[in-house]
Each structure stands twice: as C-alpha cells, then as structure tokens.
Design a protein around this ligand. Structure first.
Ligand SMILES: [Zn+2]
Length: 201
C-alpha cells in the first residue's frame, strides 16, 4: 500500500468501494447486509468500538457474510487536540474488539468526521495503519428522500471511488432505501464492488 491516507483507489480500475460508518446499529446494519447479500456485494464497515461491544452478534454477521471491518474509533469523539495516549487507546481498544470478532489484518482506520491531525497521521504510521477517507460523501444522514442520496453519489462516481454511507448514528431507513437503488444503478454502469483492502492504489 502506498501512502498513509487513501481517498480513492486507482482511477483506471473499474472498481468502487462501498463503506458504511458509525454502526453496527439495529435494524439498519442487518437491512444493509440483506441487500448486499442479495446482490453478492462485499463492502467495508467502519465500526465504532463501543457499538461493536454492544452489538457483537451484528459484528459477527458482518464478518461471516464476508465483509471487511475497519476501525472508526471507540467513542466517536473528535480526535483533534488529544493526547497521544488518548488517541492510541481509542484505536487499540477498538482493534481488540474487531480482532475478537475475526477481523483480518491490517485493520484500516477512519477517523470520526474524517477529521485528521498531524499527530494522528504520525501515530497511524507508527501503528502501520492506513487512514481511509473517501471521495464521495453524500451526507446521507441529511436527506429525507433516497433519490437525493442516489443523485449525489452517481454525479461524482468514478473508477476507484470510495463511497461513504452510514448504518448507524440515527434513523438510517433513507440510506437503506437509497442503497437498494444505488447497487443496481452502479452495477449497470459496469462497476465492480470491492472492499477497501481489495481496492488498488
Ligand atoms: Zn462516523
């Protein structure tokens, strides 16, 4: 893997990565997993440590369905202006939970709100972790209608895109409806869905 921060994959490979943040959360994560299974699509879930701890059955299902799980911090608090010890604890505590659930290595990291800092970047480098950001963030939590989300994603979609949607943090029924439309549309455009680890730089 080249570099420490990844916002998208190779622009020449006809692959895109679907990622889901802030879960696991009942019932949305399961509803998303049902859609992904129906279309035989593999995705990446960046889990909040404390939610993974509360919902071990959902985490196990994500892994046994063949998806990748990533680290989205333990508490989902902003990681700016924190001590090194605090940052390390947020990451390690979550890694432990994900490893117990059967996560494969390396476990990638996505900071809460996509907010990064020099200190966080250098810590991740030391921990040999890659920071995964995105090039398509439709802010799915803001919209009342699934087609608003679908439109935002399709407008920006390119080879190598990393799309971020949310399976946790509130009512995500609009995201679930949007996903149902998106997977069909994106596939019809000729793209293949891959996990973050499968996405080439
Ligand atoms: Zn988040």
């Amino acid at each position: 893997m080249k570099g420490t921060i990844m916002r998208h994959g190779n622009r020449k490979s006809w692959s895109v990565a679907l990622t889901f943040d802030d879960g696991p959360q009942d019932p949305y994560t399961d509803q998303i997993l049902d859609i992904l299974a129906k279309y035989s699509i593999k995705a990446t879930f960046f889990l909040r440590g404390e939610k993974a701890e509360q919902n071990p059955d959902i985490v196990r299902r994500i892994v046994s369905d063949g998806h990748e799980i990533g680290n989205h911090s333990y508490s989902h608090k902003t990681m700016r202006s924190r001590s090194l010890k605090w940052l390390r604890n947020e990451i390690e505590r979550t890694d432990e939970l994900l490893m117990q659930a059967g996560a494969s290595q390396p476990i990638h990291f996505r900071p809460p709100f996509g907010r990064t800092s020099f200190q966080l970047i250098s810590l991740l480098k030391k921990m040999k972790k890659k920071m995964i950001l995105w090039d398509i963030g439709p802010k799915d939590f803001k919209y009342a209608h699934p087609y608003e989300i679908v439109g935002k994603v399709l407008k920006k979609l390119k080879p190598g895109s990393i799309i971020v949607l949310h399976d946790g943090g509130g009512d995500r029924s609009v995201t679930v409806d949007a996903l149902n439309i998106l997977v069909k549309d994106i596939r019809e455009m000729g793209y293949k869905f891959v996990t973050i680890s499968e996405l080439t730089d």
